[in-house]
Write a protein that binds this ligand. Structure first.
Ligand code: ADP
Length: 157
C-alpha cells in the first residue's frame, strides 16, 4: 500500500523521522509531502526542508519526497494515493486531527486517514518548540537529525 505523509516539517524532528521509519516498515511506499503554505511564514524554504528530509532518510528505499500547496486531498489524488498518515502526540492533537480527517472525507469519500501514536519519548516534540530552544541557543541534538541541528544553528546565529 502507498501512503502520503503530509506536514509542514519546518523543520523535520526526530518525532517525524520516527513516524516515517515506522510507516516505511508498515507500507510499501511512503510519500512525504511538504506543505508550502503561503499564509504561514516558514523558517526553512521548501527546498531546504526537502534536503533535510532527504539527508535523514538516506538508506530507506521506500520513501519519496514531494511538496504541495493547497488541499491535501488534491495532493493525494495527484500522487494516486487515498490514504494519509498523521501522528498523534496527545489528546490536543486528536481533536484537531479528527476534524481535519472528517473534512478530508467530506471532500473525497474514498479518502482514509491512519493515525499513528508517536513514540513516547518523542511525544513532547514539535517543530515550533525545537525552534524556540534553538533561538535561545539551547541544545537540540536530541530533538532533530544532525543536519537540521546544523541548519538551526546557522539560522539563529
Ligand atoms: P502540520 O503543520 O501539518 O501539523 P507538522 O510538521 O507539525 O505539520 O506535523 C506533521 C505530522 O507529523 C502531523 O501528523 C503531526 O501530528 C506529526 N508530528 C509532529 N510532531 C511529531 C512527533 N514529535 N512525533 C511524531 N509525529 C509528530
Amino acid at each position: 500500500m502507498k501512503v502520503l505523509y503530509p506536514g509542514s516539517f519546518d523543520p523535520l524532528t526526530l518525532g517525524h523521522l520516527d513516524l516515517i521509519k515506522r510507516s516505511c516498515d508498515l507500507f510499501g511506499l511512503v510519500i512525504i509531502a511538504i506543505l508550502e503554505n503561503p499564509a504561514k511564514e516558514s523558517t526553512f524554504s521548501v527546498e531546504k526542508r526537502m534536503d533535510q528530509i532527504h539527508q535523514a532518510t538516506l538508506g530507506i528505499d521506500n520513501v519519496e519526497i514531494t511538496s504541495f500547496s493547497g488541499l491535501t486531498v488534491d495532493c493525494a489524488r495527484k500522487n494516486n494515493v487515498d490514504v494519509i498518515i498523521r501522528g498523534l502526540r496527545a489528546m490536543s492533537d486528536f481533536e484537531y486531527e479528527l476534524q481535519v480527517a472528517h473534512t478530508n472525507r467530506s471532500l473525497d469519500s474514498d479518502f482514509e486517514t491512519i493515525f499513528l501514536a508517536t513514540e513516547t519519548h518523542y511525544s513532547f516534540l514539535s517543530s515550533s518548540l525545537v525552534k524556540e530552544v534553538a533561538r535561545f541557543g539551547g541544545n537540540v541534538n536530541h530533538m532533530v537529525p544532525h543536519s537540521v541541528a546544523r541548519d538551526l544553528k546557522s539560522f539563529f546565529t
